[in-house]
Design a binder for this molecule. Structure first.
Ligand code: 13P
Ligand code: SF4
Length: 303
């Protein structure tokens, strides 16, 4: 039996399901029961009734959200070192410090945060629903973190005053995208449509035809009449885009746009985690209760 077959067999024996983010390696996407963006994976985790084990092929904060939403299930992160550097940029102390300056402003936190920070938030959001979440709040000034690019995007779309916490949180992978590279690709493929993630810089967004979460990009590519696309997000998404749209062409806006943490999940590690039921993601009870409330408020917002 090859590794994929062994994983499939273990999955059945242990009543496990595999959830994989759109940035995962192609072979990991291929063994997954569900592939999606942060909110879709969180929703799947929240809805899951039968499985006893959730193998979360992504980074720490996504697996933590799954654990928060499923306190009675085992959530496994195949590589415990798979951490999102942006999520590490915000601390509970920083939230409390800024909150003192703006006591009336609600705290909206991108799901790319540690569980301890989510517990301090009024509401969570993902890149797919950040605009709707902020619009839903009865407040003109909002504290928003940790991504300052997403914060800018939300400010543009809502017209509200958005205070970024911390001042300059960013995704090191999306920072790699530069408008000059898109210009060159546009010259080579003049009919190509440009789609980018809101974690990209304001310049990248301004030159894009479409801005959205990873799954929104997949949907846009499927529904669009265009035949060529320039893609401004992590390279793992190219597998799904090409698989779902074999008749269309996709060009990554920067070939080096790799999230090294997302790539730490390999088939070997998925197999080992599931076989030994190791790398269980655990969130303290008190944090779980408060963080779940912030996530549930997000789920209640229509988007
Ligand atoms: P999505 O929710 O769009 O998948 O984004 C998650 C992420 O980490 C982007 O870098
Ligand atoms: Fe974090 Fe950026 Fe990697 Fe997404 S791509 S997990 S934001 S470092």
């Amino acid at each position: 039996m090859d590794l994929t077959q062994k994983i499939q067999q273990l999955k059945k024996e242990k009543n496990a399901i595999i959830l994989a983010h759109n940035y995962q390696r192609p072979e990991v996407q291929e063994i997954a029961d569900y592939i999606g963006d942060s909110i879709e994976l969180s929703r799947k985790a929240a809805e899951e009734k039968d499985a006893k084990i959730l193998v979360f092929c992504a980074v720490d904060f996504m697996a933590e959200s799954a654990a928060i939403l499923n306190p009675n299930k085992k959530v496994l992160l195949p590589c415990l070192g798979a951490r999102c550097p942006m999520a590490q940029m915000l601390t509970v102390e920083e939230i409390k410090r800024v909150k003192k300056q703006y006591p009336k402003a609600p705290v909206v936190l991108y799901v790319n945060t540690l569980a301890s920070c989510k517990a301090e938030a009024d509401i969570c959001c993902t890149s797919a629903n950040a605009v709707e979440v902020v619009k839903s709040l009865n407040a003109d000034t909002v504290l928003f973190g940790p991504d300052s690019n997403l914060a800018n995007y939300v400010a543009e779309k809502t017209g509200k005053r958005i205070i970024p916490i911390p001042q300059n949180g960013f995704c090191p992978t999306h920072l790699l995208f530069q408008p000059e590279d898109v210009k060159v690709l546009k010259m080579q493929h003049p009919n190509a449509v440009v789609m980018v993630h809101p974690e990209c810089s304001a310049e990248m967004r301004q030159n894009a035809d479409f801005v959205g979460s990873t799954s929104k990009m997949c949907r846009f590519a499927k529904e669009s009449k265009a035949k060529e696309f320039i893609v401004g997000t992590e390279e793992g998404i190219m597998h799904r885009l090409r698989k779902e749209n074999p008749e269309k062409e996709f060009y990554l806006a920067y070939e080096g746009a790799v999230c090294p943490n997302m790539k730490l999940t390999t088939l070997d590690r998925v197999y080992a985690a599931l076989k030994e039921e190791k790398n269980v993601v655990e969130v303290p009870k008190a944090v779980t209760k408060k963080a779940k409330a912030s996530l549930d408020r997000m789920f209640a917002v229509k988007s």
